[in-house]
Design a protein around this ligand. Structure first.
Ligand code: LHQ
Length: 244
């Protein structure tokens, strides 16, 4: 949980450090089979803390901050081979929006809004924004969102395919927790393979993607959870997946 509600969970350097460490820890710990990311208070995150001298001081090197903090976080969220559920509990602005969009299943509260708040302060979208937006919403909407920096409501984000679903504010966290718990009891190796394949598709040819499916399915075919899934189907019972 991003936990700096008095500043709308704007990211400080220390928060970003701890965030990355937490995702890496979740990746390394075999007992962790799903991740749930949310924010405390009325916002998910207002993005980079603009009062930090590292970004507002003379000669501040924004590229260094991206290289050392934001980019590794985005890559860690995209490549952790476990489902990442994001509960966007309120405004997600700037890097806060793009961190949220790096999740696998993004749920937003009805009152949430997404703001590509970059051009408004003389910047361009970062934290993967210029990659994910054109892939997901297309050229025209990616440009409109980025150039205008207008807030878009959760319902519109869903209509545009930016996020998975919208929940009433009072049930968002509960819904996200249930989903994360369901993932945590699921076939973890398959989930990891699905993430990797869907991401790879953005760059692969059909030939390459078919090869990836062949190789990955071969590996999953030797997993305990596949045997268990088939056995449970044949025996007309619920599977008990173990993530191996
Ligand atoms: C904040 C912030 C904030 C500090 C609210 N910083 N205090 C950039 C540079 C380098 C490398 C990495 O990448 C980036 C990427 C980025 O993320 S750049 C984009 C940074 N974010 C923004 O430009 C958004 C700035 N915030 C806002 O526009 C508004 O706060 C929003 C629209 C998010 C919410 O508006 P309100 O609901 O009206 O809340 P508020 O503005 O009153 O904010 C509440 C408090 O939080 C307030 O503090 P105060 O002490 O006056 O109560 C704000 O100053 C503080 N806060 N965002 N990014």
């Amino acid at each position: 949980t991003l936990d700096r509600p008095e500043k709308l969970n704007a990211f400080t350097s220390a928060m970003l450090h701890d965030f990355l460490a937490a995702v890496r820890e979740a990746e390394a710990d075999d007992d962790v089979r799903a991740v749930l990311l949310t924010g405390e208070g009325r916002a998910f995150s207002a993005g980079q803390d603009l009062s930090d001298p590292a970004v507002s001081g003379d000669g501040a090197d924004l590229g260094a901050l991206l290289a050392e903090r934001y980019n590794p976080i985005i890559l860690a969220l995209r490549t952790i081979p476990k489902p990442v559920v994001v509960a966007v509990n309120g405004t997600a602005a700037g890097a806060g929006a793009n961190v949220a969009l790096a999740g696998d299943v993004v749920l937003a509260s009805r009152s949430a809004r997404f703001i590509q708040a970059f051009s408004t302060i003389g910047l361009m979208p970062d934290s993967g924004g210029t990659w994910i937006l054109p892939h997901v919403v297309g050229h025209a909407r990616a440009l409109g969102l980025s150039l205008l920096g207008d807030p878009i409501p959760a319902e519109q984000a869903k209509d545009w395919g930016l996020i998975w679903d919208v929940c009433d504010d009072d049930v968002l966290l509960e819904t996200a927790k249930e989903m994360a718990a369901t993932f945590a009891a699921g076939p973890t190796l398959a989930f990891g393979a699905i993430k990797r394949a869907i991401d790879a598709a953005a760059l692969n040819t059909l030939d390459e993607q078919l090869d990836l499916e062949r190789d990955t399915q071969r590996r999953l075919g030797h997993s305990y959870d596949y045997r268990e899934g088939v056995a449970a189907f044949m025996e007309k019972r619920q599977p008990k997946f173990e993530g191996r």
